[in-house]
Design a protein around this ligand. Structure first.
Ligand code: ADP
Ligand code: 5GP
Length: 189
């Protein structure tokens, strides 16, 4: 099967970026889909690397022009979306697209791509562990951490039964091995 996509969703802090970055280093046929967003860059983030950064007005203009496969207002005033041009860019290279996307976006993408897609939900062992990881990461304010943790419980409930695979990220080495296996099987199909 060509033109494959692999979708990773998780409550923020569950370890999605850690696992995705590990897989991207391991397999050169995987390429990360760079989302567009209207949130401000965090830390060393650069336009065209972690995200394509736009203002909310620019983002709304692109929505009006039907430039997105999917988009969402993940937090009030912060839009995130996948540009059609990004999907075409990666498939044109013969690569499989890796999406790192919120839970609602992941479910939407699975609906759009169907059998071409493997959707993986990454879960922290508990909400407390999730909070600890967000605090440990040190990139979010206390208020943002509380917002993300509050959202996590409803995301886990919403996700139940909607993903092809659920990966519990407790021990990291175990989670890496499990991710390598399930992605390998999908790519070799
Ligand atoms: P997400 O992309 O889901 O928001 P990150 O990958 O940024 O989450 O992980 C959140 C924090 O938790 C990071 O500081 C990361 O190093 C740490 N982390 C990820 N997986 C584990 C794990 N299995 N055990 C302990 N810490 C972890
Ligand atoms: P962050 O601000 O932590 O980078 O991301 C916030 C949330 O937006 C995360 O859950 C992330 O997965 C999600 N996100 C990133 N890109 C997209 C996208 O293209 N579409 C949607 N719907 N969500 C996205």
């Amino acid at each position: 099967m060509s033109n494959k996509v692999i979708i990773f969703s998780a409550p923020s802090g569950a370890g999605k970026s850690t696992i995705v970055n590990h897989l991207l280093k391991l397999r050169e046929e995987l390429e990360f889909s760079i989302s567009a967003t209207s949130r401000a860059p965090r830390g060393q983030e650069q336009h065209g690397v972690e995200y394509y950064f736009f203002t909310a007005d620019q983002f709304r203009q692109m929505i009006a022009e039907d430039k997105f496969v999917e988009y969402e207002e993940v937090y009030a005033g912060s839009f995130y979306g996948t540009l059609r041009s990004e999907v075409e860019r990666i498939w044109a290279k013969g690569h499989a697209i890796v999406f790192d996307i919120d839970v609602q976006g992941g479910v939407n993408l699975k609906r759009i791509f169907g059998e071409q897609a493997l959707s993986v939900f990454i879960q922290a062992p508990s909400v407390e562990v999730l909070r600890e990881r967000l605090v440990g990461r040190g990139t979010d304010t206390e208020e943002a951490i509380e917002r993300r943790v509050a959202k996590a419980a409803s995301e886990m409930e919403f996700a139940a039964g909607k993903f092809d695979y659920v990966l519990v990220n407790d021990n990291l080495e175990t989670a890496f091995a499990e991710a390598e296996k399930v992605i390998g099987e999908f790519l070799e199909k």
